[in-house]
Design a protein around this ligand. Structure first.
Ligand code: SF4
Length: 527
């Protein structure tokens, strides 16, 4: 069997060991970088961006649990201003990704990040990626437990450890203490969700083997109760299982989800218990909950008299100046604490009641609205063709155009609807689990190549989670905003009671789905 090149590259030199080479390349320049090392750069959060002739990189900064201080956000903002042409994207894993970075500037950027306690190390590559959690951890009135210390602990467990720096593929972990289960455990390799047992003691429900990409899979619940103090050990053993049994012969089948499909949850649990040297405690399946998963607007915190303000970030993209200004507001009018969400939005914490109007007005002046439309708060976009080498369509500007159009033509639409604008099938913007998933594809118009979006409808996670229904319909990218307008009007016309967009989609017959954008028609069919 031929060894995949990614495995050879890792075997010949570990990704973590490329750091001294990066320092050397910073002196000798882009052209001196050998291709295998370029691949290993991912272990330090660096990816080449398109066009390759520009000789620039994307740089992903890990923000565990999306928890960022004013000082950290301000520094990232300045780094973006100095080195990244004032651009920074909040990702669906609560990271911040800068663009336009020159190899010559990487050492200085890393020193600055180190100085504020942040790292890009293992933000990419075949390693444990940024660990995600509820962005309201520690302040939410209803949370079962503040899981952010666990996120911090687990983030450090694998960092800079050669035992875990050559996994078969990337590995994603979510740890969530809130009652809403908002940290997407269903689509992570490991999802830990706070639950309470019959005695009212809090622990975690363990899910494994979720993931999106070209072959999506929802995680399996192992039916075990994990105590708070057990989390680090259990997570470590699972990452070891993946390291030792993941399929290294074919990268397309290397993620943990494929091992779960092959073994099934029972065998996986047996292997985990063997490695732990003990049986895990059984527990009943979770009761169904309607996941809120939206942190936009003003809410009260557990801390008396304090509030959070969640604001919508258009397509997840901020300028360096915006980051610096948000950091300043959070410091001046609150306690200097900011959170990033998996919807590519942000939250300012600890705002006293008397400062609420001032802070939300100032945020709105920055283009960050706490009362943003459902389209603005619910639209996520991946990096897309502007920078990503795998993309076939542009996404960030297209997402902004779609949001602004829908806001203009549907000002009275108030339901939550999650829209994903994704540049290719790899699903960095999670199109399979969004109400409306738009995936870039190339097609033909009159014999000429043209860009389209393939349409997926009705995706959602939660206890009855389902991937979106793929239509045969493809829409030209420049006509997509009009298609979505018609689609949402049809939903408004045909909706029954408080039905969500996804519930509406799953009520339809396949033939009705394809005609969903024809205003009135679906309403008549459904009567
Ligand atoms: Fe790039 Fe595709 Fe990921 Fe978008 S989904 S960032 S186009 S790899």
């Amino acid at each position: 069997m031929t060894e995949p090149s990614a495995e050879r590259i890792k075997r010949e030199k570990d990704g973590l060991d490329v750091w001294t080479d990066i320092l050397g390349y910073a002196r000798t320049g882009f052209e001196s970088i050998i291709p295998d090392d370029m691949d290993r750069f991912k272990w330090y959060g660096l990816y080449t961006q398109r066009p390759i002739e520009d000789e620039r990189f994307m740089l992903r900064i890990k923000i565990p649990n999306g928890i960022v201080s004013s000082a950290q956000l301000e520094t990232i903002g300045w780094l973006s201003e100095f080195y990244g042409r004032s651009s920074g994207d909040i990702t669906t894993r609560q990271d911040i990704q800068l663009h336009h970075i020159r190899i010559e500037d990487v050492p200085h950027i890393m020193v600055e990040l180190d100085g504020i306690g942040l790292t890009t190390q293992e933000a990419c590559g075949d390693v444990v990626r940024n660990v995600v959690g509820c962005p309201l951890a520690g302040v939410d009135d209803d949370e079962l437990v503040d899981a952010s210390p666990l996120v911090d602990l687990v983030s450090r467990l694998f960092l800079d450890d050669h035992n875990f720096s050559n996994l078969p593929r990337k590995f994603k972990i979510s740890i969530c203490g809130c009652a809403e289960r908002c940290a997407q455990h269903e689509i992570n390799d490991i999802g830990l969700v706070a639950i309470s047992n019959d005695e009212g003691e809090v622990g975690f429900d363990l899910w494994v083997g979720g993931g999106l990409g070209a072959r999506p899979r929802l995680a399996n619940q192992l039916g075990v109760f994990i105590w708070y103090d057990e989390v680090a050990e259990v997570v470590t053993r699972i990452v070891e299982i993946f390291r030792d049994h993941g399929d290294r012969s074919d990268r397309r089948k290397a993620r943990l989800k494929f091992l779960l499909t092959k073994w099934g949850p029972r065998r996986f649990r047996d292997e985990l218990e063997t490695r732990l040297g003990r049986k895990l405690e059984d527990h009943k399946p979770l009761n169904s909950v309607a996941a809120r998963r939206n942190h936009i607007g003003i809410g009260t915190q557990r801390q008396r008299g304090l509030h959070y303000i969640g604001v919508a970030v258009l397509a997840g993209r901020m300028s360096g100046a915006q980051m610096i200004s948000v950091a300043g507001l959070a410091r001046r009018f609150a306690a200097g604490r900011v959170r990033l969400t998996n919807s590519q939005n942000l939250i300012v914490l600890d705002v006293p009641r008397e400062n609420l109007d001032q802070v939300s007005d100032a945020l709105a002046e920055l283009g960050l609205q706490s009362n943003g439309s459902p389209f603005r708060r619910g639209t996520v976009a991946c990096t897309g063709k502007q920078f990503c080498k795998l993309a076939v369509v542009e996404t960030k500007d297209r997402a902004a155009e779609i949001v602004k159009h829908l806001e203009a033509v549907l000002p009275d639409f108030h339901s939550d609807v999650r829209i994903s604008v994704t540049g290719c099938v790899n699903s960095c913007a999670q199109y399979q689990v969004c109400d409306i998933g738009l995936v870039g594809v190339i097609g033909q118009i009159a014999g000429q190549e043209a860009e389209f979006f393939q349409i997926h409808l009705g995706g959602h996670i939660g206890d009855a989670g389902a991937f979106g229904r793929k239509l045969s319909l493809r829409v030209r990218v420049d006509e997509t905003k009009f298609y979505l307008e018609r689609l949402i009007r049809s939903f408004q016309n045909a909706r029954q009671g408080a039905e969500t967009f996804s519930e509406f989609v799953w009520r339809l017959q396949p033939c009705q789905l394809e005609t969903l954008d024809r205003i009135g028609q679906v309403a008549e069919v459904l009567v």
